[in-house]
Design a protein around this ligand. Sequence first.
Ligand code: GDP
Ligand code: GDP
Length: 439
Amino acid sequence: MKPVIALVGRPNVGKSTLFNRLTQTRDAIVADFAGLTRDRHYGNGRQGKHEFIVIDTGGFEPDAGSGIFKEMAKQTRQAVAEADVVVFVVDAREGLSAQDHEIAKELRRLGKPTVLVANKAEGMKDGTRLVDFYELGLGDVHGVSAAHGQGIRDLVELALEPLNLPDPDDELEDDDVNKPIKLAVAGRPNVGKSTLINTWLGEERLVAFDMPGTTRDAITVPFERNGQHFELIDTAGLRRKGKVFEAIEKFSVVKTLQAIESANVVLLLLDATQGVTDQDAHIAGYILESGRAVVIAVNKWDAVDSYQREQVQRQIETRLPFLKFAAMHFISAIKRQGLGPVWQAIAQAHKSATRKMSTPVLTRLLLEAVQFQSPQRAGMFRPKMRYAHQGGMNPPVIVIHGNSLEHVTDSYKRFLEGRFRKEFDLVGTPMRIEFKTST
Ligand code: GDP
Ligand code: GDP
């Protein structure tokens, strides 16, 4: 599971700036982003081999009396509780404040690994004013400049170090076809996640319940269906009680993100009686960003009439246009209707996401596509495509090599995506196309 870093500190110390710095680099997914609402408080970051989730907390106002401040403090506490590491940001220019002391006290009480960071330290001689911050009793203080990108790499390294993360290269997928498909059922509270999962688990053979090895491991339930092994990942808002899943009230974005990230395929569950809500769109956005394969299932189909059905279908098209690569199914978890095709769609999405594409075949398809329609000239430059190879799986990444490829338009990229999707029968997975220009 990706580790979670929470940024905590009083307002104006530069948390948002740091957040943007940590989350900016992310390969764009080939997809139509229109209609995608983003929650600016959660983001993905990557440094070297390690990926992580960053939470930007609005601003910590300890013991803030009431109303919005109290809510902010509550949310910050929740973020800290969900985080693996806290990055406590203070202002190197303003120096230590009473509020910093209060926050430090709270953080010591919460007992999470904490990295103390003095921001806005650009151009300051090391140690000039930073020594004051040792008073906070949180160990070393590290000067950084979020605005100028100084000290950020070291900061991430320090934050991730205590977690002893395994080298992601050791976890690379092998060729074992019997490897279970990791499946997450994501959706907001009350869409019917636990009902669906309990229906499934009642029907299928449960292999055995496992116990998490460490607290950072995802809890999974292995089961088998038609000879295919699955691992169901505990999702936000669900808790296992004995042999059944139970809905819990609190919805956690971090748990949703982690479950999505740990999955190969995500089943996005919607509620036909409610249509597509903002929260649904958020979750859909996270799935898209994660690059995971996705199947959409609209539940409670039994409880809506034909007019409502049409409304829901239209809403999905307009509010979730960026998931149009995903198969959509209408089901009733309670009445056990429509569940078979969902399994087929999950298997299909997984197959697409883990599809192997050889360099000669990719290159042939690329050159055929170019012959059918060549990329537009941009001023003096005409992009020239030479060959393509596969750069990754789940999601599939196709890397195209050539010259002047930085001038390839988005619409041409979409044209290529369409050709590749058709040829390789890629359904239910996002895909990425990257260009490498040789000079
Ligand atoms: P937040 O309220 O903690 O999220 O703080 P913001 O990220 O909104 O930043 C508050 C102010 O500090 C803004 O005016 C930023 O431009 C400025 N700021 C952020 N990082 C730095 C930095 O590294 N150096 C300097 N000099 N200013 C910064
Ligand atoms: P969760 O919070 O996503 O786990 O949702 P639950 O599984 O707890 O279901 C929320 C409510 O929706 C419960 O009252 C269920 O009985 C109801 N529900 C779940 N599936 C269906 C369905 O297929 N049809 C109808 N009409 N109601 C359903």
